[in-house]
Design a protein around this ligand. Sequence first.
Ligand SMILES: Cc1cc2nc3c(=O)[nH]c(=O)nc-3n(C[C@H](O)[C@H](O)[C@H](O)COP(=O)(O)O)c2cc1C
Length: 164
Amino acid sequence: MRRKREMKTLILYYSYGGNTKRIAEMIQREIGGDIARMDTVVPYDGDYDEVVNQGQREIAEGYCPELKPLNISWRDYDTIILGSPVWWYTFAPAMRSFLERADLTGKIVYPFTTNGGWLGHTLKDFEEACKGAIVKPGLDVRFDESMLRTSEKDIQAWINTIRR
Ligand SMILES: Cc1cc2nc3c(=O)[nH]c(=O)nc-3n(C[C@H](O)[C@H](O)[C@H](O)COP(=O)(O)O)c2cc1C
């Protein structure tokens, strides 16, 4: 008898300032699985306000920055946890670039975001952008700059909903 191929979980995130990375790593410590960070070919530089303004223009235009190659064996994963900071009430342009090209058909997706308190339509946008996937309820993690404001208990409760 051949054993059924074991499916795995991937945590894939974008993080400009490190908050989303921190939550992605917290999730991995709890549930295991693989973790990967997406990154833009052209880095965002300049001071924070310049990046905020650049982000506003990019979101308004629906701009999709080119991403560095991810080299992920998608077939190995049935569950994908997607994390992004909120940029102007939606996920960051890098996540948009990923979602425009990704084939998530049949995958189970758990989205999460970090933000400064204005989640906007980010989780709804994830639901719409993950075409063909089963999108589970998402997590909204609040930070004040780099200070975590959402309780670890609430984050843990969401992590406990992830199918293992
Ligand atoms: C370009 C830009 C736009 C942002 N827009 C929002 C927003 O619409 N709502 C909000 O609550 N926070 C907003 N923020 C704050 C970030 O979502 C928040 O600091 C997040 O935790 C950053 O995650 P990171 O450190 O992983 O990049 C914005 C930050 C940047 C840089």
